[in-house]
Design a protein around this ligand. Structure first.
Ligand SMILES: [Zn+2]
Length: 982
């Protein structure tokens, strides 16, 4: 789709695009982004999730690839040998599905694609072969990435259907199998009933990963032997069941279920019967209304108690079995529904339905569920939002801190399961809820009174075909065993050793490691690598993309050495990736020059581990966690990845991009309409890495204005003819150096927005300030401006390169180093920076006072330099956790102020310290304060011009000779002068 660049900017955008084409070609010709091992330099290896070319690169890629590109450019400028490669992921079914739909002649679809991607219909109609289609979108996307200015080493590009890559994946899976991490068996998977195939995130609408949860079914039974299978996440609460819930208005299906060879008759909601048929052998025999069961008595299989079946409307047919056990002491829904049923009578009058206390938790009374329900003001069982909140709270508190109370074995009135009483006494009483839960589940299941079922916990999740996904227990499938506890432990260790950006996402990784279980890793259709020992089973896309970053390190050399794919055996990869075996011996057998083998090993060893992995935050619960697991399994600890950066979405006018909304923005469309640098700058400054980015293409005018201003500023200052080297020049050099130092700190923490805003907005502000102080700009700031230009080049490389050459440089700015920290620190004059910072505040103060008090002249009273140390002192008190009270105490005890005025002074100074840039307080501490009077007098003219007043006099507040106008003298505080207007 073509978007217009906006009124009045046409010529400028054309200029930007022309500049970008020119430098793209130069960089390509000079191979500036190709990196080879260089042991004399530190290396930095970063990758972004490779592209899936079932369409063209779009605005989401524009963001996910820009973040590592900016970091790559920054690291290069810091002297690192940086590798940033890219590949293309052909694996799986989406490419196949797209090609099939085109081949089927679905013209609505083809026309929609044509509009979204701006590709002619007749070209699309030729893309009926999946590989041809992938190759076509791949090449278009690659060209767009180059035009966008991504600093990629394209020699290492590959696709996941290349024979070399397939050999690498076969090696990976052979390794997993050797380690016992690949298992064959029956396991629950997300499943599309229409496609009859397992589905993962890449197969679902909106790319949602179906999360599979396990429920325990507890088999209550009635006198006719009919089973009421209550599904629960909390099997330990079976000891406190007062009744069963069934929804009287729903249809129930009495079904014959085969359980370990026994045929049982189960009462299930009809939806549940349909779902369970994917997991168990279920045959529906009779369909009846739920009301039929209401009023019957059923037996608790563990306590032997008989409890009534009661009707309740909160019971959903969709979750679990449609049969719910009621535990009012510990489940808010049950308490609320019983309270409804008993007309709000107090708990003491509930008779046989009275809650049974099972769990004690600190901070809660006898019946935690009742307590929370009453506290939140839940009105009835239909108060869903409040009840969900209550459930979460109770569930978490009991799981984390709950302990099973003593005396529970007394609840067994009849041993349905022999030994139940002893089991409860020895295994349950007095133990943590967390520990007991599993034991009770096992006890019930092994005695035939319990069973398992699986649910999509984040339901509803839909397949791309529109069908709702269910959980199916698949037999004889190959699974990666992410449920393996030892492996989980390794993954946790790997995670603990990594930096996660944003740090808050670590929780989500930990939770994913926790809940991940066996994952189906092969499909019966799609592109990709066949499992070496299972013909016809193709390794699916989330399983062949976990350690491919290692493949980038060697693929270009494998091709360069002309090594045939047949020679890329398990032994070959064992040597290259793990250093196992002898190159002489191996080379002889594989027909590879041993020197080549050694070079490959060296190349891998130089670049690995991966320093930073980049992807969208939606990949945390699958790809990024699998990435951690597989590295932990295959590679030694020293080769585990060091960092993950997970970025937020891109929204277009607040909406997620999707073909169905017709708001697809391709990378090509963006850069052709707005120019690469404008798109880069807009994305870099709009949101911090983890936040969602709302791209409003109607407001690109602001970005052009910014770029134009920066270009003009650089041009003007680089032509500066003056040779003054006074306070303004020293100050500007200080500020530019300061900003670059702070931007480096921000980039080290992957605060890309903060650094970009600083370089593109704050530096120009200071330059404007400088220009307003001088008659003409001076040559003595040129060097600092060049440093700034280098810093700008990491975000807008094309315009920076153009300007660099305009000012007469012959090197390439994209290969330039930033000035060292030492060099920058030498440019900084802290006293001048402090004085200016102080003067800016005074000007602001005068301006705001003049809004309320008229007058043309001011007299200013200032605190002496010695008092400045109080500011860093106050900061230290607050940093150490002190309060305003502590500040007051400090002011009094140090004799800074008399007791009466201490509270007000403390508050003023505290506000002041909080409003100051931390580095300004640092400087104050380092230089021990400034002479405020001197600063004001030195910049008197400047202040007068800026504030529009005459500065009549400046006095030290301690000067006894000075007149005390308006009683202002005593009010002067450090950094907060007292101003009198005449
Ligand atoms: Zn489907």
């Amino acid at each position: 789709m073509r978007i217009t660049s906006g009124e009045g900017y046409h010529g400028f955008v054309e200029e930007l695009i022309k500049i970008s084409k020119k430098w793209r070609d130069v960089w390509e010709r000079t191979n500036v982004y190709e990196s080879d091992p260089d042991p004399s330099r530190p290396k930095y290896f970063l990758t972004a999730a490779f592209m899936y070319p079932n369409g063209v690169a779009h605005v989401g890629h524009a963001r996910t690839y820009l973040i590592p590109d900016i970091l790559a450019r920054y690291k290069r400028a810091q002297g690192f040998n940086v590798l940033f490669p890219m590949g293309f992921h052909y694996t799986g079914t989406p490419i196949l599905t797209t090609a099939e739909r085109i081949a089927s002649g679905d013209m609505d679809y083809v026309e929609a694609l044509s509009r979204s991607y701006n590709i002619p219909v007749d070209v699309l109609l030729k893309l009926t072969d999946p590989l041809r289609l992938a190759r076509y979108f791949h090449e278009l996307s690659k060209e767009a990435m180059k035009d966008y200015g991504l600093s990629i080493d394209w020699r290492r590009e590959f696709t996941t259907v290349d024979p070399e890559f397939k050999s690498f994946i076969r090696w990976q899976f052979t390794k997993l199998k050797e380690k016992g991490l690949l298992v064959k068996g029956s396991h629950p998977v997300g499943w599309c009933p229409k496609h009859n195939m397992p589905v993962g995130m890449h197969d679902t609408k909106d790319d949602v990963e179906p999360e599979i949860g396990e429920l325990t079914i507890i088999k209550f039974f009635d006198s006719e032997g009919l089973i009421y299978p209550a599904a629960t996440l909390r099997p330990e609460t079976v000891l406190g069941v007062t009744n069963m819930w069934i929804n009287p208005d729903l249809d129930y299906c009495v079904s014959v279920v085969s359980e370990g060879g026994r045929m049982e008759r189960w009462v299930l909601s009809c939806e549940a019967a349909e779902k369970l048929a994917f997991q168990k052998d279920v045959k529906v025999v009779e369909r009846v209304k739920g009301s039929v069961f209401v009023g019957r008595d059923v037996t608790n299989p563990i306590t032997g108690e008989e409890v009534p079946v009661i009707g309740a409307t909160f019971v959903s047919p969709k979750f679990g079995t449609g049969v719910v056990m009621s535990v009012p002491a510990h489940a808010p829904y049950d308490y609320a529904a019983l309270r409804d049923y008993l007309g709000g009578r107090p708990v003491d009058e509930w008779g046989r339905l009275r809650p049974v206390r099972l769990i004690q938790i600190e901070g809660y009374g006898k019946y935690p569920a009742a307590e929370v329900v009453e506290r939140l003001g839940v009105r009835s069982q239909d108060d869903k939002d409040l009840l969900d909140r209550a459930t979460k709270e109770v569930y978490k508190a009991e799981h984390d801190r709950g302990v099973m109370v003593r005396g529970l074995s007394e609840r067994v009135v009849k041993e349905v399961i022999p030994g139940a009483k002893t089991f409860i006494k020895d295994i349950v009483e007095g133990r943590g809820v967390n520990e007991v839960r599993e034991r009770i589940k096992e006890f019930l299941v092994s005695n035939g009174y319990g069973s398992l079922m699986y649910e999509i916990m984040n339901a509803p999740v839909f397949c791309r075909c529109g069908t709702e996904i269910v959980v199916k227990v698949v037999k004889d499938q190959w699974f990666i065993d992410y449920g393996n506890e030892e492996w989980k432990e390794k993954a946790r260790a790997a995670l603990a050793s990594m930096r996660i950006v944003p740090e808050e996402a670590r929780k989500q990784f930990l939770a994913t490691i926790e809940w991940l279980r066996e994952k189906a890793c092969a499909r019966s259709r799609g592109l990709g690598t066949e499992l070496p020992w299972a013909k016809g089973w193709i390794i699916e896309s989330l399983s062949d993309s976990t350690i491919y970053m290692a493949f980038y390190t060697v693929i270009h050399r494998i091709r360069e050495f002309g090594i045939r794919p047949e020679a890329l055996t398990t032994e070959f990869w064992n040597y290259v990736m793990l250093g196992e075996g002898d190159p002489e011996d191996l080379g002889g057998r594989l027909g590879i020059d041993p020197k080549h083998l050694e070079e490959l090993r060296k190349e891998f060893d130089y670049w690995y581990p991966l320093d930073s992995r980049h992807s969208g935050k939606d990949l945390i619960p699958n790809h990024l966690t699998f990435f951690i697991f597989n590295h932990a399994a295959i590679f030694p600890e020293g080769k585990w990845p060091r960092q993950i950066v997970a970025n937020g979405w891109v929204l277009l006018k607040g909406e997620k991009m999707s073909k169905s909304k017709g708001n697809v923005r391709t990378l090509r469309g963006l850069i052709d309409s707005f120019s690469p640098d404008a798109v880069r700058l807009a994305i870099a400054t709009e949101a911090e890495v983890e936040g969602d980015l709302n791209l409003d293409l109607g407001k690109m005018g602001r970005v052009y204005d910014r770029l134009r201003k920066i270009m003009e500023t650089v041009r003007r200052l680089s032509r500066a003819g003056g040779d003054a080297d006074g306070l303004p020049e020293k100050w500007l050099r200080t500020r530019i150096a300061r900003h670059i130092l702070l931007a480096s700190e921000e980039l080290d923490r992957v605060r890309i927005r903060a650094a970009s805003v600083r370089l593109f907005y704050l530096v120009p502000q200071d330059i404007d300030e400088y220009l307003s102080m001088v008659e003409e700009p001076s040559k003595t700031v040129r060097e600092a401006v060049e440093y700034w230009l280098k810093a700008l080049s990491i975000v807008t490389p094309f315009t920076a390169e153009e300007l660099w050459h305009e000012i007469g440089k012959e090197t390439l700015i994209v290969s330039e180093r930033w000035p060292s920290t030492e060099t920058l620190k030498q440019l900084i004059d802290e006293e001048i920076e402090l004085s200016m910072e102080y003067v800016f505040r005074v000007i602001e103060d005068i301006r705001s006072i003049r809004k309320v008090v008229e007058g043309e002249e001011v007299v200013i009273y200032v605190a002496p330099k010695e008092t400045h140390s109080v500011l860093p002192e106050i900061r230290r008190i607050i940093e150490e956790g002190g309060t305003v009270g502590d500040v007051i105490k400090h002011l009094i005890s140090s004799g800074f102020v008399e007791k009466r005025r201490a509270p007000k002074t403390a508050k003023t100074l505290l506000d002041l310290v909080m409003s100051m840039d931390p580095h300004i307080v640092d400087s104050l501490e380092a230089v021990g304060g400034i002479d405020e009077r001197n600063a004001l007098l030195q910049l008197r003219k400047y202040i007068e011009r800026k504030a529009g007043v005459k500065v009549k006099a400046v006095y030290y507040a301690t000067d006894e000779e000075a007149p005390d106008l308006g009683g202002k003298k005593a009010q002067a505080l450090p950094w907060r002068p007292s101003i009198y207007i005449l």
